[in-house]
Write a protein that binds this ligand. Structure first.
Ligand code: ATP
Length: 489
């Protein structure tokens, strides 16, 4: 168990990575509207990477990316002090990936809760860094991001897109219709004995055009299941288009889904196909459907009923032929009961419902999943890791995996890169603090705990100066006061 020489060995492994990927030649771009953050981060990263560019204004991103190549981009989530939703960060992340789908973006956030991190990864970021940061962790994260990019370049692919196509559509922010990457062999990549009955159901319902609703927590494999359905359907040679509707802002929703014509609004410089039309003849996968506003639900319902879309700024309706698959991690029946989700929309999308249990409820899948990821990352990073110890498996079984398979995958990836031996041991894996957070109450407690610690640290650092603490944490002063009160500080 306790490997006390862990830290020096980790360092040794870093040295190996350093050798494999010459970080001294790497270029990193930091984008944050706080000049203090920029300066401090540059000071730190300068010692480890070739050159560090800093930029206060995210509007400059297109110019910078079109004129320089960066091996990693560190992007702030919240550019307006009072906003903690990360929306702006997500919008800029999308923009970066539109310009360069291979870009390695690490998001910076004071709100490093599990959900935000998971969303960030899903939206195409390779990692995230919590503010205030820990120096070694920050450097390690950037290093990992660069190393992965380098490795993907060498193997001629992007591992985000090779994720058995699971997150490819989401990460591929280029506007090209996501090609039907979900080949017939895909279901074989869905690892886990507990999934067998689900896969049997899929093979029966996939060839029908029935609308499907996939339910499950973040990271349980909903996207993979959607692709497996498409791969076994009669539409398999047509596009599979995946849209994270939960991440679309109110203003983007319509033009993203239904398209727009030139001149429809200021930025509409040319006609643009919406996702419905891109998916024509194929499958449209709408993820995070539970997050739609009532107005968005009404617009979506109309399109589904009429089976035609009208691009923003046009009055011509165009027919669309799509098979619809939706997914969500929220309880839609509860939403219907509290009237935040339309019952008629639910009935239209849930002809067949599939439920993906959280990873903590299927411990029998852990070993195979872990071995699957070890095999994959050992090959990808050319590391000699071949398996995991019984002790590690036991520990994995007692952990509750709040980020589900995605969290397991990322933990194994890191462990494979950093492990000193050929068999992964408990000391090689970074489990989140609590191992018993299966109830929502426990999860809230963890987040509260994390938040309290962040505030405490910032208060110490700025000797109780509320303005400085609020600025560092990306909070308004009022929001900070509310939290101080909540934590009795
Ligand atoms: N059964 C599985 N076998 C192999 N890999 C899996 C499996 N389930 C999930 N994964 C991997 O876990 C990651 C997350 O899966 P996926 O994106 O499908 O989850 P999701 O439920 O759609 O997540 P979200 O709710 O955040 O959109 C992917 O990289 C995928 O490759």
């Amino acid at each position: 168990m306790g490997n006390h020489s862990f830290i020096p060995e980790r360092e040794a492994t870093f040295a190996r990575l350093f050798y494999l990927w010459p970080m001294q030649e790497s270029r990193v771009l930091l984008v944050d509207d706080d000049p203090d953050v920029l300066l401090a981060a540059r000071l730190l990263l300068k010692r480890h990477f070739g050159s560090i560019d800093i930029e206060k204004n995210p509007e400059k991103l297109p110019f910078l990316l079109n004129n320089s190549h960066y091996d990693a981009i560190v992007l702030d989530m919240n550019f307006q002090r009072d906003v903690s939703s990360g929306r702006e960060g997500f919008a800029w992340l999308d923009r970066i990936l539109d310009i360069d789908p291979q870009a390695r973006v690490v998001l910076f956030t004071a709100y490093g809760d599990v959900e935000m991190a998971v969303r960030a990864m899903k939206a195409g970021a390779v990692d995230f860094v919590l503010k205030p940061w820990q120096n070694d962790k920050f450097v390690e994260t950037i290093r990992g991001a660069i190393a992965r990019g380098e490795s993907a370049r060498r193997t001629g692919g992007d591992e985000r897109k090779n994720d058995n196509a699971a997150s490819a559509g989401k990460n591929d922010s280029s506007r090209k219709p996501a090609k039907s990457t979900a080949g017939p062999s895909l279901t074989q990549s869905l690892v886990g004995p507990s999934l067998r009955p689900l896969l049997d159901t899929i093979s029966r319902v996939a060839p029908t055009d029935a609308n499907m609703l996939i339910l499950g927590e973040n990271g349980t494999g909903k996207d993979m299941i959607a692709r497996a359905i498409h791969a076994q359907s009669n539409r398999r040679d047509k596009p599979f288009v995946s849209v994270d509707v939960g991440a679309l802002t109110e203003s983007l929703f319509e033009s993203e889904l239904f398209g727009h014509v030139k001149g429809a609004f200021t930025d509409a410089r040319e006609d643009r196909l919406g996702r419905f039309e891109e998916a024509n003849g194929g499958t449209l996968f709408l993820d995070e459907i539970g997050n739609l506003t009532l107005a968005q639900q009404a617009r979506l319902l109309t399109v589904l009923q009429q089976r035609q879309v009208t691009r923003v700024g046009s009055n011509k309706a165009r027919p669309v032929d799509i098979r619809l698959i939706c997914a969500t991690n929220v309880d839609l029946n509860e939403r219907v009961a509290d009237r935040s989700f339309r019952q008629d929309l639910l009935y239209r999308i849930n002809t067949i419902e599939l439920v993906l249990p959280p990873l903590r409820q299927r411990p029998e899948d852990l070993r195979l999943l872990a071995e699957h990821f070890i095999d994959r990352y050992a090959r990808q990073y050319n590391r000699p890791v071949t398996g995991l110890s019984a002790a590690l498996l036991t520990e994995m079984k007692s952990y509750d995996w709040p980020g589900n398979v995605r969290e397991l995958q990322h933990s194994i990836e890191r462990a494979v890169i950093l492990a000193p031996g050929t068999i992964l041991e408990p000391a090689d894996m970074a489990f989140r603090k609590s191992t018993a957070a299966s109830s929502p109450v426990m999860q809230t407690m963890q987040l509260d705990d994390m938040e309290r610690q962040l505030i405490q640290r910032a208060m110490q650092k700025h000797q109780g100066n509320i303005t400085d603490v609020a600025r560092e944490l990306g909070l308004s002063r009022q929001a900070l006061y509310r939290r101080l009160e909540k934590f009795g500080m």
